[in-house]
Design a protein around this ligand. Structure first.
Ligand code: HEC
Ligand code: HEC
Ligand code: HEC
Ligand code: HEC
Length: 325
């Protein structure tokens, strides 16, 4: 975090991130969109406090152990191979549970504090009713509970600062890890459609179903009518095939769960890669013809795109530069 942005940018950001986003700051808008438009809470801290937190984070992340955890760049993440995908996706589901647990913990703590204050007040009232207290007891009883004392206490301030640093560290590590999270994503589909059976054993061409993959930006998912080219004759009694008939009767498309999903700001074009670049589907999607259920094979990170562009000489890009010079 401290390496990506100067302190002069971080201070207004930490104080009120939505204000920076609203001001149209390019980087702020970018990360705001990248993190599903989640708003970061504003922090009531002085400039000096923020500066010291940042230098603390800087010192901490320069230590080897934390640097290893925080230093996973998009490019390193891009090198993660398919085998690690499952584990990464597993971590993804774990993260949201941790978030929920944290929220529950905070709520429970708040409820506890409020209950304690209420109980203390009730006990005071009870004690006030008693006649047999001596002078010192009464003095203690009437002592006002001073909130500013708690707020000013160095212990409490230290704890709050420590907690804040922990949250910032936790969130930034989360952010870095989230880049490759969808790799290995393999949702259950509404119909048990198998690429192994169709594209593998029966050798149906990918473009028989994904008709637009060589022609346009996106590859389409086939409509139920394409299934009917064969399944009006084949396996008509199968319960899975009957789901296709039902979708057609109800005039509703089959609700396939989308597996691959690039962030909106990345521009990816299939025909540019399959038709012009001549890249096999399997280079990016893995051995689809062996998959009973499709999963996301590649990390789809920026680092992944860039690595391949660096390694694959592009005839078109090369000629474009020579002809213009
Ligand atoms: C008989 C039709 C058919 C053939 C042939 C076929 N597919 Fe598919 N494909 C589908 C359907 C239906 C889905 C959506 C359900 C699913 O994900 O399994 C799909 C989904 C996919 C997805 C995931 C899309 C997403 O949601 O992100 C990829 C990638 C894919 N196919 C690649 C291929 C490749 C590569 C081939 C050739 C080796 C191929 N398909 C052959 C019908 C087909
Ligand atoms: C080009 C022909 C063709 C197309 C198009 C096609 N299939 Fe198939 N499908 C087959 C064949 C062949 C089988 C294997 C039948 C067998 O095992 O006897 C099959 C089997 C299946 C099965 C397994 C049925 C069972 O109970 O064993 C399902 C499910 C299925 N297809 C779904 C689909 C869906 C969904 C689509 C459209 C996205 C589709 N198919 C498109 C030829 C096709
Ligand atoms: C250079 C890598 C690359 C190649 C080669 C490639 N794909 Fe894709 N594919 C992607 C990416 C990236 C996405 C996600 C696109 C998005 O979310 O906008 C994707 C998504 C898809 C989808 C989901 C629908 C969509 O367009 O988002 C299908 C289906 C698909 N690919 C099929 C194919 C088939 C079939 C081939 C081969 C003819 C192929 N792809 C070749 C990278 C590739
Ligand atoms: C497996 C290799 C590979 C991967 C992965 C890949 N690309 Fe490409 N990409 C190519 C090649 C090769 C070309 C050049 C095609 C040509 O000859 O014009 C290309 C061309 C492009 C172009 C056309 C502009 C240009 O520089 O020629 C864009 C835009 C692009 N890729 C975006 C992406 C994005 C975004 C991703 C990641 C989601 C991605 N690519 C992933 C190989 C890849």
């Amino acid at each position: 975090m401290h390496k990506r942005r100067p302190i002069s940018w971080l201070i207004p950001w930490i104080k009120n991130s939505s204000k920076v986003v609203a001001s149209g700051d390019e980087y702020a808008v970018k990360i705001f969109n990248q993190y599903q438009k989640q708003q970061m809470p504003s922090f009531q801290l002085s400039d000096a406090e923020i500066t010291s937190i940042i230098s603390y984070v800087a010192a901490e992340s320069d230590k080897p152990a934390t640097a290893a955890a925080g230093g996973v760049t998009a490019e390193n993440a891009g090198k993660v191979d398919g085998a690690d995908g499952g584990a990464a996706a597993g971590a993804g589901t774990g993260n949201s549970t941790i978030d929920i647990l944290l929220i529950v913990l905070v709520v429970v703590l708040l409820v506890l504090v409020v209950t304690l204050v209420i109980i203390a007040n009730i006990m005071k009232d009870v004690l006030r009713g008693r006649k047999d207290l001596d002078g010192r007891d009464v003095e203690q009883l009437e002592q006002r509970f001073d909130f500013s004392k708690i707020y000013k206490s160095p212990v409490v301030r230290g704890l709050a600062l420590g907690l804040f640093v922990l949250v910032v560290l936790y969130e930034s590590v989360q952010g870095v890890m989230a880049i490759g999270l969808a790799q290995g994503y393999q949702p259950t589909q509404p119909i048990a459609f198998s690429h192994k059976l169709h594209a593998g054993e029966n050798q149906i061409n990918c473009s028989y179903c994904h008709t637009s993959v060589y022609k346009s930006k996106s590859a389409n998912i086939p409509s139920a009518n394409i299934c009917m080219n064969c399944h009006s004759q084949i396996k008509t009694e199968s319960p899975e095939i009957k789901k296709i008939y039902r979708a057609i009767e109800r005039k509703q498309p089959i609700q396939w769960v989308r597996i691959h999903n690039l962030p909106d700001l990345a521009y990816f074009n299939h025909s540019q890669h399959t038709q012009v670049g001549g890249i096999e589907c399997q280079t990016c999607h893995g051995p689809i013809q062996n998959m009973e259920v499709v999963y996301q094979y590649s990390p789809l990170t920026m680092g992944w795109c860039i690595n391949c562009h660096r390694e694959t000489p592009s005839t078109r890009r090369a000629t474009a530069t020579t002809t213009t010079s």
